[in-house]
Design a protein around this ligand. Structure first.
Ligand SMILES: C[S@@+](CC[C@H](N)C(=O)[O-])C[C@H]1O[C@@H](n2cnc3c(N)ncnc32)[C@H](O)[C@@H]1O
Length: 362
């Protein structure tokens, strides 16, 4: 059923010092910060009396779940909110069972996910491997979809930015930060295609009236080159690779053809894509600031987070031999620019929290 191209690399698996599981407290803080919105919207949108068949489970999917534990926090919040709706109407005895689907790309470390499932969970579990850019569930089979910190990952690096003969060639950078307009446009076009594919597939999979909560890492609409934003950190990482190329430790050609498939779209572009879509109504939308209080405790924490999310991509391009040296150099650069440690300095990076409702299927 899957028809979309897969992203190249998962987050670091396992529970070791550079694993996603141990280095994603920032992503978890964003999920925690969104709980209130989910509770508020569900109070208006989910009426137990209209749930069609209480003998059937409520089916919930978390898309791009990674290895845990953040996905468990998100899922628990949704379940507790639904349960609260039943209890507040005196219908506690009628709470249905819950079926949770954990989705990520096939190379995700699902073993760690399953081994660390909350032992006292009150839901049934299934893993769904495959790219969420295409269909991964049967038609009208889901009641609620959640996806946090995922839609900024492109399905692929835009082809033209690695083409030496193209005006969009992204020479000397591994990301879009401070890149020429042609490079930014190539990223934006890929983002739009990917997001539309995502919405198209979800529109098929959600039941009429089904809800979808998206937490989308985004950029403010106006970003200056001098601004400290989430992308500044990738610029620093890229500069370490360039230094290593100058010293002959990695090939310059490989640095020039390497780009991270991460894009923080301006909020207004995200809203334009959502508003054009005819299958969903936008129930709630807000700019998240739950992470403003979040501060990395030290340089090591921010470096390990970047390593947890990017090591797979780097290893594929340059081999595992350079990774320790690269992150040693990167650590030194982060120490030189300590502003990167404090997310409240990142005035231009925002999270767009969106709650969508599937319109009635025709
Ligand atoms: C930064 S992690 C977020 C994990 C988790 N949702 C959280 O909030 O902690 C992004 C996840 O999205 C997954 N992802 C990216 N593109 C995907 C795709 N096309 N299909 C499924 N998962 C994808 C990645 O593999 C990764 O596990």
């Amino acid at each position: 059923m899957e028809n979309a191209s897969i992203p190249q690399s998962p987050m670091n698996g396992g529970e070791g010092p550079y694993s996603y599981a141990k280095n994603s407290s920032f992503h978890r803080a964003v999920i925690e910060g969104n709980k209130e919105l989910i509770q508020k919207v569900m109070a208006n949108e989910f009426d137990p009396k209209t749930y069609d068949d209480p003998k059937k489970p409520i089916c919930i999917a978390d898309l791009g779940c990674s290895t845990g534990p953040n996905t468990f926090v998100a899922v628990q919040c949704i379940i507790e909110t639904i349960e609260h709706q039943y209890k507040s109407q005196g219908l506690a005895a009628k709470i249905p069972e819950f079926q949770i689907f954990f989705n990520d790309i096939v190379s995700n470390d699902f073993n760690t996910l399953f081994q660390t499932l909350p032992p006292n969970r009150n839901y049934f579990v299934a893993g769904v491997p495959g790219s969420f850019r295409g269909r991964i569930f049967p038609r009208e089979s889901l009641h609620f979809i959640n996806s946090s910190s995922t839609l900024n990952w492109l399905s692929k690096v835009p082809t033209e930015i690695t083409d030496r003969t193209s005006s969009s060639w992204n020479k000397g950078r591994i990301h879009v930060k401070n890149a020429p307009k042609e490079v930014i446009d190539a990223y934006a076009t890929q983002y739009k295609m990917d997001f539309e594919d995502f919405l198209h597939a979800r529109a098929e999979e959600l039941v009429s009236g089904g809800l979808m909560a998206l937490l989308i890492p985004a950029a403010a609409d106006l970003v200056l080159d001098s601004d400290i934003d989430a992308d500044k950190i990738f610029e620093l990482l890229g500069s370490c690779l360039l230094d290593m190329a100058k010293e002959g430790l990695v090939s310059e050609e490989k640095v020039d053809s390497f780009n991270l498939p991460i894009y923080h779209s301006p909020v207004k572009h995200i809203m334009a894509i959502l508003e054009r879509n005819e299958c969903f109504s936008i129930e709630q939308v807000r700019t998240m600031n739950g992470f403003e209080a979040f501060t990395y405790p030290n340089v090591h924490a921010v470096v390990s987070m970047v390593r947890a999310i990017s090591e797979g991509f780097l290893e594929r391009q340059f081999g595992g031999g350079i990774i320790d040296e690269l992150f040693l150099r990167f650590t030194k650069k982060v120490v030189e620019y300590p502003a990167n440690l404090f997310l409240q300095n990142m005035k231009v990076q925002v999270y767009r929290s969106v709650l969508l409702k599937r319109k009635t299927h025709s």
